[in-house]
Design a protein around this ligand. Structure first.
Ligand code: GCU
Length: 424
């Protein structure tokens, strides 16, 4: 049995690797493509002002992403109980207060716990806040002995002591270089994080996480146009936002949703759906995040739906190797964030995520910012590495690998300082 499982996972990984090596990394091989029109409605109307954008085109585009890409999110699931496990723990040598809050969801005999770890600056006013998921548990983001350990399923990482899908003490602080909490707090922002697997474990199994809460009797997986894992993660962020509106230490009009890689895809989708997020940061989010699918550079829709089918709704598989038939492309997802500030990043060695495709999508999304008389990106040529550019959309390409680093966070903070405005 054990060998059988090993063999299956070897074959699967070979398939993914084969597909990885098949992809195009040559700019000259990018096919000619036409992007779907942002500013022409389905019925052919020109979208010339914000009123038409908000009434006609924006809802059409949201619907297309729901039906064909990420899947529809049920409306009826709400927080049943909020348990504050810690209100004001002392953290970072007295610089910050730590708060740990559990959101509990219940339906029939099902119960799901989602834990939010917050570090808040010790100031008298309500703090603006960055919120983003982490990959392996809240305790991985800081070397802080008081962070509660998740009991949810976590992907094994034996080098961090994560085995049998459960975390241990060994992984405490293991991802702290991705979360420069001290810098964020010193800049006057709070930071909140949630383990993504509390909401939906990242595996092709719709039997755990929040999905079963939406099933009708006899249903075992979402329907063709119903939520995949990225939609579930986006939903979790909007529930965290529900909580933030009730936390008197947080300025809920200044919540910035941030995510790296697959979690960047979720951050974009959450900001597109929930306009209470005042700003969004997509870090190296790549295919079906910020990158244009039609460029077929690096990861493609065909590859991603094969390797990670559970991230999306089943309808997306129709477009595997038929990107040109997709009724949307990712500039349209970015445009749904207008007129709120949006920051997109790439990394020079992260060709898998198609840096140029991420940049071009951000340029195109600027058309909708234009309707609001805001400048999207101020340039149309990619800037050189480590040189941020920004209007109401910001962009940089960091020299280096697929990652989220202190350099990236420093730019998010600068951008937020310039562009985030508190509600009047
Ligand atoms: C894989 C996947 C990407 C994703 C990345 C990540 O590389 O192909 O689409 O962004 O994992 O989340 O780290």
């Amino acid at each position: 049995m054990k060998y059988c499982v090993l063999l299956i996972s070897l074959v699967c990984s070979l398939q993914v690797n084969a597909q990885r090596s098949d992809v195009n990394y040559d700019e000259n091989e990018v096919p000619g493509y036409n992007l779907p029109e942002l500013l022409i409605s389905k019925s052919g109307r020109k979208i010339k002002n914000t009123k038409r954008w908000e009434k006609i085109r924006r809802p059409e585009i949201v619907k297309l992403f729901q039906q064909e890409v990420y899947g529809k999110i049920p409306k009826e699931i709400d927080i049943d109980e909020v348990v504050v496990h810690e209100q004001a723990g002392d953290a970072f040598d007295g610089l910050a207060k730590r708060r740990q809050v559990e959101l509990i969801f219940r339906k029939d005999d099902q119960e799901l716990s989602v834990e939010i770890l917050l570090y808040l600056p010790k100031i008298n006013e309500k703090a603006p806040l960055f919120v983003g998921y982490n990959f392996s548990g809240n305790h991985t983001v800081a070397d802080d002995p008081d962070i509660r350990l998740t009991e949810s399923w976590v992907g094994d990482e034996p080098s961090l002591g994560i085995v049998h899908n459960q975390v241990t003490e060994q992984s405490r602080g293991a991802k702290s270089e991705r979360w420069p909490v001290k810098t964020i707090i010193e800049a006057g922002y709070g930071v909140a994080t949630i383990y993504c697997g509390d909401v939906d474990p990242d595996r092709d199994n719709f039997q755990d996480g929040i999905h079963p809460f939406s099933y009708q009797l006899g249903q075992f997986r979402p329907g063709y146009d119903e939520w995949g894992t990225i939609s579930a993660w986006a939903w979790g962020l909007t529930k965290a936002m529900d909580y933030f509106t009730s936390d008197t230490d947080i300025d809920s009009s200044q919540v910035i949703v941030v995510g790296h890689s697959r979690l960047g895809k979720a951050a974009l989708w959450a900001a597109a759906l929930d306009q209470r997020f005042a700003m969004c940061v997509s870090n190296n989010s790549g295919c079906l995040g910020a990158a244009l699918s039609r460029r077929q550079f690096g990861e493609t829709v065909g590859v991603i739906t094969h390797a990670f089918p559970h991230w999306f709704c089943e309808n997306l598989s129709k477009y595997s190797s038929r990107e040109e038939k997709l009724p949307v492309d990712q500039h349209m997802l970015l445009a749904l964030i207008a007129p709120r500030p949006l920051y997109v990043t790439s990394a020079t060695e992260d060709l898998w995520a198609d840096p140029k495709g991420e940049f071009l999508a951000a340029v195109e999304a600027g058309k909708v910012y234009g309707l609001y008389e805001k400048e999207g990106l101020p340039v149309t040529e990619m800037p050189v590495p480590d040189t941020p550019v920004f209007g109401t959309i910001g962009y940089h390409i960091r020299a280096g690998k697929h990652n989220i680093t202190s350099y990236d966070w420093e730019q998010f903070i600068d951008f937020a300082n310039e562009r985030l405005t508190p509600a009047e």
